[in-house]
Design a protein around this ligand. Structure first.
Ligand SMILES: Nc1nc2c(ncn2[C@@H]2O[C@H](COP(=O)(O)OP(=O)(O)OP(=O)(O)O)[C@@H](O)[C@H]2O)c(=O)[nH]1
Ligand SMILES: [Mg+2]
Length: 431
């Protein structure tokens, strides 16, 4: 990677704003900074007010500029931050100036990529940063910050160090006399491998909840046509998002909305009512309903009468309770969109189910597709090590070593360009 090129980008959001932040990163930017602030001497990390002029001596804008000298900066290189007025015309003019001074616009995620290669961040930290920039709710923010500040990395380093130690002891059994090694070392390393493997398996088994914490808890509202799914959906999201009518088969597509429940992000979906139909479009809608059910963390099944059998994994709602005389079944929730009856109970039940899945997920390592695959590979290497243990320390050490490489890849301690590129391309410009 060529770290010598000077790069720049708008680090704040596009669009009219009071202040915009333009970030420049490169190897030695002191001359450029002197030019921007129009001074010969400066100190790092001091804010300088400047009448920022272009190369013709015309004023671009009145700005504040700060210098972060390497390695104490986000990228580990020299960084200049320019705080200008947030107008596109000003930003474009500053960009022109920077281009004239041998800098080029940064690629997506390029600042973070440099930070990674300069050991400022590992890949779990970058994952955290990506999640933080996407965070909408408080729990998402907490989870992202934990990853970004090294919470996940600590666990992975711990696992990796243990693996390296186990593998080293296994190799030592072959090379050293029994008397020179700790007592019962063979049993100890097997035991430690098994404990470690269980810990990783448990993280994998809970990956569903950590993903729901990052991407949202999926709730699908399903049921036959006309039972009032869209009316309930609108009530829960607080706006008239979905069309409500007394014509059966009104909702044909999935209508989704994100809501914040106790700081957790929830993706609520209203779906096409399930019924036998010859209508081609409605059929597609019903297929989409099936997809929503598969992806749902929680299904709210809406009826107008108590069904013969209740599905324990779903919340059963009997809607239009204003039209019912008998509301005695304790295993269902009676609601009425007309009278508001039962909505407090419905909301509390949803929250309870959500907390059951999500609480505790903050303390676990965050797992995404990339880390999930590598963790599965880790477990399979460890299983191989244990099953081939029978006195064959060579094989054992090799499998544990390979498991430690998988964890190294999660951290980016051992990495390939593709892994890094795939991660950084998920970042926005200016990060
Ligand atoms: N009396 C009464 N009518 C209701 C209630 N909830 C919904 N309705 C009415 O029932 C009809 C159907 O409501 P929708 O919310 O469109 O039902 P849906 O389940 O989404 O229907 P589809 O999209 O066709 O599957 C509308 O006329 C609503 O006004 C309720 O609690 N009580
Ligand atoms: Mg509907």
């Amino acid at each position: 990677m060529n770290n010598n090129e000077t790069i720049f980008a708008l680090s704040s959001a596009h669009g009219k704003a009071g202040v915009s932040v333009i970030r420049v990163s490169g190897n030695d930017l002191s001359q450029l900074f002197e030019r921007i602030i129009n001074k010969r001497k400066f100190e790092s990390r001091y804010a300088y007010y400047t009448n920022f002029k272009d190369d013709n001596g015309d004023l671009i804008d009145q700005c504040i500029a700060v210098y972060f000298s390497a390695p104490n900066s986000f990228t580990g290189e020299d960084i200049i931050e320019i705080y200008s007025h947030g107008a596109m015309a000003v930003i474009n003019k500053i960009f022109d100036f920077l281009r004239n001074h041998n800098a080029r616009i940064a690629e997506r995620g390029e600042f973070s990529k440099r930070a990674f290669y300069n050991n400022k961040m590992d890949l779990t930290g970058v994952d955290g940063l990506i999640a933080l920039l996407d965070a909408q709710t408080d729990k998402q923010r907490q989870s992202a910050l934990k990853s970004m500040t090294g919470g996940d990395a600590k666990t992975y380093h711990n696992w990796r160090n243990k693996m390296i130690e186990i593998s080293a002891y296994a190799a030592a059994i072959l090379d050293y006399d029994e008397d020179d090694l700790p007592k019962n070392i063979d049993k100890k390393i097997l035991n430690e491998t098994q404990i470690l493997m269980e810990e990783i398996k448990s993280a994998l088994a809970n990956q569903h909840s950590t993903r729901a914490l990052r991407n949202g808890f999926n709730i699908a509202l399903i049921g036959e046509t006309n039972v009032g799914k869209s009316s309930i959906f609108n009530k829960l999201v607080g706006t008239n998002r979905a069309i409500v009518s007394d014509i059966a088969g009104t909702t044909r597509d999935v209508v989704s909305c994100q809501i914040d429940l106790d700081g957790y992000l929830v993706n609520l979906s209203d779906t096409a009512g399930i019924r036998e139909t010859e209508d081609a479009i409605e059929k597609i809608g019903i297929e989409r309903t099936q997809n929503e059910i598969e992806n749902a963390d929680l299904v709210i099944h809406v009826y107008n009468e108590v069904p013969n059998t209740l599905n324990k994994n779903e919340i059963t709602v009997i809607n239009k309770s204003d039209l019912l005389q008998n509301k005695s079944n304790k295993n269902v929730i009676y609601t009425s969109v007309k009278t508001d009856d039962g909505f407090d109970i419905l909301l509390n039940t949803i929250k309870q189910k959500m907390h059951e899945l999500m609480d505790g997920s903050l303390s676990r390592v965050a797992i995404n597709e990339r880390t999930s695959e590598l963790l599965q590979e880790t477990v399979s290497e460890m299983e191989n090590a244990v099953s081939k243990y029978n006195g064959n320390y060579d094989m054992f050490a090799e499998h544990i070593r390979r498991a430690s490489i998988c964890i190294g890849k999660i951290l980016g301690v051992i990495t390939t360009e593709e892994i890094a590129d795939a991660t950084f391309s998920r970042l926005c410009l200016g990060k």
